[in-house]
Design a protein around this ligand. Structure first.
Ligand code: URA
Length: 205
């Protein structure tokens, strides 16, 4: 049951965090992370964005989407005319998974087991925030939200399923834009991303 109606949703969200902090069966690699990174934003925000997992800066600050991908996300939201405070942002996986390589901490993609582990938390988070639209940013989020491996490029810009009445809309992860080598390609893909965000925003209007 995604919706706990017995309690103020903001309090229930805080409980959910405490519950994750108290778990003694977390995946082994989470001991390398500084801290879990939880969602941020208001209960009842019309849009709930789901990323993959916190990155290096998010792990240090304990806040989602504050690193390079987050800054790009903010720029795209602004270009789409969507105030970031209309959005609740979170991740499919709540700890930073990385390979320690000397000084740098190299991002490691979460595997299916990691996504499955955090999935119940994510689904309860969605139920408590109760957005009009859930936006999956990239493949891991899409997998976490749908339970299926859907192709991002073929589903982007569309609503792929609904979670207890909350439709799930697919688009790319902002990190995908950061990995495009040429400026022209980057600009083109940025515009496409902004178009997806606008389409998402219109669904909540
Ligand atoms: N990438 C994500 O998927 N989430 C963050 O919070 C930051 C980067």
């Amino acid at each position: 049951d995604l919706l706990d109606t017995s309690k103020d949703p903001a309090l229930a969200l805080a409980d959910l965090r405490q519950e994750l902090l108290g778990r003694n069966d977390l995946p082994d690699w989470t001991t390398r992370a500084t801290q879990p990174v939880f969602g941020e934003g208001a209960v009842g925000a019309p849009l709930l964005f789901v990323g993959e997992q916190p990155g290096d800066e998010e792990d240090i600050q304990g806040r989602p989407f504050v690193g390079p991908a987050g800054r790009l996300f903010n720029r795209a939201m602004e270009a789409a005319g969507l105030p970031r405070d209309a959005a609740y942002v979170t991740n499919a996986v709540k700890h930073f998974k990385f390979t320690p390589t000397g000084k740098r901490r190299l991002h490691q993609s979460p595997d299916a087991g990691d996504i499955t582990y955090y999935r119940p938390f994510l689904l309860r988070e969605v139920g408590l925030v109760a957005p009009k639209l859930v936006v999956a940013l990239g493949a891991s989020a899409l997998q976490a939200l749908t339970g299926k491996k859907l192709p991002v490029m073929k589903t982007r810009g569309t609503t792929v399923t609904a979670l207890e009445g909350h439709p799930v809309f697919a688009t790319v992860h902002p990190s995908y834009l950061l990995r495009i080598p040429d400026q022209e390609g980057q600009a083109r893909e940025f515009s496409r991303f902004v178009e997806d965000l606008k389409a998402a925003g219109q669904q909540t209007a």
